[in-house]
Every structure is written in structure tokens, then in C-alpha cells.
Design a binder for this molecule. Structure first.
Ligand code: ADP
Ligand code: ZN
Length: 216
């Protein structure tokens, strides 16, 4: 199954994509995680992406599309995937269509995780991320068992540099302008399914699984 998760920052794409990918036994491809790994390792791509990310702006399409195109050549893609963070604008969506078409393939479903603005802001300002495995926690909603330590791998948790109030505002603006039009793009293709994601993670996951199962 080839699935795209869409939705504003803070809608829970990362959390849901990880769980959904392991439930469906498909690959989880998160462009934000891939980019952050490149920044941490100070690769050429990381050097080019860093400033855009810290500002809350999009990294240029060519860089991200190149990264996705390479990722799509890896063997684990055959069993299916969940894309989290890509495409982020119409240009990237068209590139993705082309990458898949060249491989005789296409997207099966697009899930739009819709969250309201107060929920988004509350989630992002309290978000904690694992420095090793990338798992997400939240100071209030999903606190780790031990303060600032990952439940899964015991590595240290940190707050993302783009999760500050100022940058969050910018990311929401970018989302509305660049990414929101994707909803119409996939609606027209008859692939879009909307799920409200204001509720707790477990409830949202059940709703997504029900929607996907109904089709099989
Ligand atoms: P969120 O969805 O919570 O904003 P992500 O981890 O998906 O966070 O992305 C973090 C940052 O990485 C974005 O603000 C952007 O700078 C960059 N990024 C991730 N995916 C893309 C993409 N497909 N195109 C351009 N930039 C991207
Ligand atoms: Zn961890």
C-alpha cells in the first residue's frame, strides 16, 4: 500500500506515520527526519537545508525531490510506504507522480489529518523528540516515563529548534500557502480521505485503519 499523510505541522503526521507503517508493515519515509539526519551529520544536503529549516521555510524542491527519488530506489519500498512530509507543494506532488509513474506505480490513498489551530500550537510547543530513534513525546499529552528520556531507546529527548512560537507561526503560514492546495489536488484524483486529528493518538489511528481497511 502506498500512502501519503497530509496535514498541518502538529496534526500528528510523524506519530501516526510511525505506528501505521509498523501496523501495515510498510516503510516510513519522513522527509523532516531525513533532513534532520543530514543536518546532524553535516552532509552537503544538510548544509544546504539547515537555514531554511531553522526559519520554518521549505527546503528547495530540487533538494528534497532528489532525496525522495533516491529513497524510492531502495528495496524496502517494494512492500509499500507511508510518506510523511512529502509532497509539500504542487510542484513536489507532480514530481512524485512522475517518479512513481516511471516505476509503473502510483499512490493508493492520501490521508488528510486535519487539526484545529489551538491544538496544533499546544502540540508543537510541548513536543519532545528522541535524538536517536525520532520518537515523539509531549510534555503534557504524552510525557515520557522518565523526564527527557526516550521510552523506546533511553536516548535523550530534545526540543526541535523550529518548535519555537515564532517559527511555528511561520510554518503554519507556509503550510497554508504551499501545502494546503494539495488537498484539492488529491481530492480531484479521488484519493483523499479526511480524518480529524484533534483527538488522542490512539483514536486517530483507529479511524485511519478503519478508512484504509474498508477499501481492501
Ligand atoms: P513539520 O511537518 O512538523 O513542520 P517536518 O519534520 O515534516 O515538520 O519538517 C521540518 C522542516 O523540514 C520543514 O519546516 C522544512 O523546512 C523541511 N522539510 C521537510 N519536508 C520538506 C519538503 N517535502 N519540502 C521542503 N522542505 C521540507
Ligand atoms: Zn528513542
Amino acid at each position: 500500500m502506498k500512502i501519503i499523510l497530509l496535514g498541518p505541522p502538529g496534526a500528528g503526521k510523524g506519530t501516526q506515520a510511525k505506528t501505521l507503517a509498523s501496523k501495515l508493515n510498510v516503510a516510513h519515509i519522513a522527509t523532516g527526519d531525513l533532513l534532520r539526519q543530514n543536518v546532524a551529520k553535516d552532509t552537503d544536503l544538510g548544509k544546504q537545508a539547515k537555514d531554511f529549516m531553522n526559519k520554518g521555510a521549505l527546503v528547495p524542491d530540487e533538494l528534497v525531490t532528489q532525496m525522495i527519488s533516491l529513497r524510492m530506489q531502495e528495496a524496502d519500498i517494494e512492500k509499500g510506504f507511508i510518506l510523511d512530509g512529502y509532497p509539500r507543494n504542487i510542484n513536489q506532488a507532480e514530481s512524485l507522480d512522475k517518479i512513481l509513474k516511471d516505476r509503473g506505480s502510483e499512490i493508493d490513498s492520501v490521508i488528510y489529518l486535519d487539526a484545529s489551530e489551538p491544538v496544533i500550537i499546544q502540540r508543537l510547543t510541548g513536543r519532545l523528540v528522541c535524538s536517536q530513534c525520532g520518537a515523539n513525546f509531549h510534555i503534557k499529552n504524552m510525557p515520557p516515563k522518565v523526564a527527557m528520556v526516550c521510552d523506546n531507546c533511553q536516548a535523550k529527548l530534545f526540543q526541535r529548534t523550529d518548535d519555537r512560537a515564532e517559527t511555528i507561526k511561520k510554518r503554519l503560514e507556509v503550510y497554508l500557502q504551499e501545502s494546503h492546495p494539495l488537498i484539492e489536488y488529491y481530492k480531484k484524483k479521488g484519493k483523499l480521505k479526511r480524518v480529524s486529528s484533534d483527538e488522542d493518538a490512539g483514536i486517530v489511528l483507529d479511524k485511519m485503519l478503519k478508512l484504509l481497511n474498508r477499501e481492501q
